[in-house]
Design a protein around this ligand. Structure first.
Ligand SMILES: *[C@@H]1O[C@H](CO)[C@@H](O)[C@H](O)[C@H]1NC(C)=O
Ligand SMILES: *[C@@H]1O[C@H](CO)[C@@H](O)[C@H](O)[C@H]1NC(C)=O
Length: 306
C-alpha cells in the first residue's frame, strides 16, 4: 500500500516536471509529445533522417492520441492528401515496423480502399491520409511528414540550446560546435547541421580557426573508424558553382568572413570547402564523404516548455 502511494506520488511529480524542446515543435498535452509538421515533401529515407537529426522520430499513428495529432497537423481540405508515417519494411520486405520497433500488427489501423496492395512488389513505406487511413507506397516517392518526440520527463536542453549532448560551448567564440565522426558528403553534411539547428561551421577569426583546430585534434585519425579520408573536415564554404569563387554558405567572401588561409589548388576542380588538421582552408570534392564540423548559436532554435 505504502509503495503504491509512493509510486503515485512519483508519477504526479514526474508529470509536473517541465520539459523543454525546440520551439519549431509544438507540445500536445493529450499525446504527451512534441510535434512538427514538415510540409516540403521528401523521400521516406530523407524524412527519417531529418526527424532523427532534429532529435525526434518520424511519427507513426501508434496511439489514438498521436493519430489525432498527426491528422490535426495535416488538416488539409483534400482527404486524399497523404503524409509518410514511420511505418516501414525497408530492412526486410513485408516486415512492417515503426521506427521505434512497434510491429504493424500492434497498431490500430484502417486501410484506404484497395490498400495495402504492394503494387509491383515495390511498396515498403506506409502513408496516412486525411481520413486517417493507411496505404503502402514506394519509399522513393515524396510526401510531407510529421516528426515527433515523446516527453521524457526531464529538462533536456543544455547550454547549447539542444538536446544533442555532442554540442559543446566554446567561451572564446560563444558558439557551440559538434564534430561529426560519421562522414557525409557536403550536401548531407549541410543537411545534418541544419536539422540540428545549426550550420556547417564558418570561421570568422584566427581565434575561431584555433578553436576548430583544437576540436579536430580531439579526433586523431586512429580514433575515426571507417574507410574515408581523415585529414579533412567539411566546413561552411564552397564555390557556389562558380569555379574558385569561394564564399561561405552565408554568401560572404572568405576575407569578409574574417579568415582566408587557403591551401587549395585551383587546378583540382574541387568545389566544396574543408579544413585540414592545421585549420587551413582546403578545397575538396563535394561528393567525398568525410567528417564535418557544425556550429550553432546557443539561443537558436528557441527553447519552448511544454
Ligand atoms: C479539419 O479542420 C476542420 C475545420 O477546422 C474540422 O472541421 C475538421 O474536423 C478537421 N479535420 C480533421 C481530420 O482534423
Ligand atoms: C550525397 O549523399 C547522398 C546520400 O548518400 C546522395 O543521395 C547524394 O547523391 C550525394 N550527393 C553528392 C553531391 O554526392
Amino acid at each position: 500500500m505504502k509503495s503504491k502511494l509512493k509510486y503515485l506520488l512519483l508519477l504526479l511529480i514526474l508529470n509536473t516536471i517541465e520539459a523543454s524542446f525546440r520551439c519549431d515543435y509544438k507540445y500536445s498535452f493529450k499525446a504527451h509529445a512534441w510535434f512538427k509538421s514538415v510540409v516540403v515533401p521528401a523521400t521516406w529515407f530523407d524524412a527519417r533522417l531529418r526527424c532523427s537529426l532534429e532529435g525526434a522520430v518520424l511519427a507513426s499513428p501508434t496511439t489514438p492520441e498521436i493519430l489525432a495529432e498527426m491528422r490535426n497537423l495535416m488538416n488539409h481540405s483534400n482527404p486524399e492528401f497523404e503524409i509518410f508515417t514511420g511505418i516501414h519494411a525497408t530492412v526486410s520486405q513485408g516486415d512492417f515496423y515503426t521506427i521505434e520497433g512497434i510491429p504493424l500488427s500492434n497498431i490500430p489501423v484502417t486501410w484506404a480502399d484497395n490498400e495495402p496492395n504492394n503494387e509491383d512488389n515495390k511498396e515498403s513505406c506506409i502513408t496516412l491520409n486525411g481520413n486517417g487511413e493507411l496505404a503502402d507506397r514506394q519509399c522513393q516517392e515524396t510526401r510531407p511528414y510529421v516528426c515527433y518526440r515523446m516527453k521524457t520527463f526531464k529538462e533536456e536542453i543544455k547550454d547549447c540550446g539542444t538536446v544533442d549532448l555532442e554540442y559543446n560551448l566554446d567561451a572564446r567564440t560563444n558558439k557551440c560546435y559538434k564534430f561529426h565522426t560519421v562522414p557525409r558528403n557536403f550536401s548531407r553534411a549541410f543537411l545534418a547541421c541544419s536539422a540540428e539547428g545549426g550550420h556547417l561551421a564558418i570561421i570568422n577569426s584566427e581565434t575561431e580557426a584555433t578553436v576548430l583546430k583544437e576540436i579536430f585534434a580531439k579526433y586523431p585519425e586512429a580514433d575515426l573508424v571507417g574507410s574515408f579520408r581523415k585529414d579533412g573536415a567539411f566546413i561552411g564554404f564552397h564555390d557556389w558553382g562558380e569555379s574558385w569563387d569561394w564564399r561561405t554558405i552565408h554568401g560572404q567572401t572568405l576575407t569578409d568572413a574574417g579568415y582566408s588561409k587557403f591551401r587549395g589548388n585551383p587546378a583540382s576542380g574541387q568545389s566544396c570547402g574543408a579544413i585540414d588538421r592545421n585549420a587551413r582552408l582546403d578545397d575538396w570534392w563535394c561528393d567525398a564523404t568525410i567528417p564535418f564540423i557544425c556550429e550553432k548559436t546557443p539561443d537558436f532554435p528557441a527553447k519552448c516548455f511544454d
